[in-house]
Ligand binder design. Structure first.
Ligand code: KIV
Length: 277
């Protein structure tokens, strides 16, 4: 097992130019595989709502859902930093509720940090979490919990006004104490400017090569989730097709009688069998 990846490792990586790798996971076995492969950080994203629970967006995901999945992921991880997403409305009502909900992801789920979507509107809650010793990751650009405000999953920061707003929000979040910011679906040249202005790392998803790290939804990256594949996804495997063809072989062998074979079964003394007849 390598040295644990921590908040300090995020900051050190930025200083030393080590690009941070992050992937999502929602269950024990996937988290264990990602950790063994050496990923720096695992995000238990509220994308669990779409990828695992089959919702059309992330809005129905609850704090209970997140705690359940973060617990499973944490049990599979030795080295990577586990970040738990704060779901829709879990940090919008009050500072007190925000701390309670984030506290559940840390205390019950064993997450090392939490992630919140938004900029200037959530600064008071970010500050309160940091004061409560809960490490926070920001999330700007296309923030999927605002899908109904944006009118769909669209690239953000293309106009001068919106680009300036994202830059200002990134600076405000940094000042409030976040230790990293996810930039989702923003133009590459904008994320370059932001990454250069910040002393904390940026983690890009659809934000180009100048970010200090990258994150993808694992099921997209290994070809397991086919409902919708954004342009920024690179498929490194085709696990979905592999799974389907192995299931077809399994069904065929059951029907033909070629599975199970003798080696897959257990034996019993013939004398005992004779007594059972
Ligand atoms: O929920 C999620 O998986 C995320 C990533 C897309 C950054 O927030």
């Amino acid at each position: 097992m390598g040295k644990k990846f921590t908040v300090s490792s995020f900051l050190k990586s930025k200083k030393e130019g080590h690009k941070i790798s992050m992937l999502t996971a929602y269950d024990y076995s996937t988290a264990k595989l990602l950790d063994e492969a050496g990923v720096d950080s695992i995000l238990v994203g509220d994308s669990v709502g779409m990828v695992v629970l089959g919702y059309e967006n992330t809005l129905k995901v609850t704090v209970d859902d997140m705690v359940h999945h973060i617990k499973a992921v944490s049990r599979g991880v030795n080295r990577a930093m586990v970040i738990g997403d704060m779901p829709f409305l879990s940090y919008h009502v009050s500072i007190e509720e925000t701390i309670k909900n984030a506290g559940r992801l840390i205390q019950e789920g064993s997450a090392h940090a939490v992630k919140l979507e938004g900029g200037r509107d959530i600064i008071d809650r970010v500050k309160a979490l940091v004061k409560a010793q809960i490490p926070v990751v920001g999330h700007l650009g296309l923030t999927p919990q605002s899908v109904n405000v944006f009118g769909g999953f669209k690239v953000q920061g293309k106009s001068e006004e919106s680009a300036k707003k994202i830059i200002e929000d990134a600076l405000l979040l940094q000042e409030a104490g976040v230790f990293a910011i996810v930039l989702e679906c923003v133009p590459e040249k904008l994320s370059k400017i932001i990454s250069e202005r910040l002393h904390i790392p940026t983690i890009g998803i659809g934000a180009g090569k100048y970010c200090d790290g990258q994150v993808l939804v694992t099921q997209d990256m290994v070809g397991m989730y086919s409902d919708f594949t954004p342009k920024f996804v690179k498929k490194y495997a085709n696990i979905g097709e592999d799974m389907k063809s192995s299931v077809k072989s399994y069904i065929k062998e059951i029907n033909e009688g070629s599975f199970p074979e003798e080696k897959h079964g257990f034996t019993i003394d013939e004398a005992i069998i004779n007594k059972l007849d």
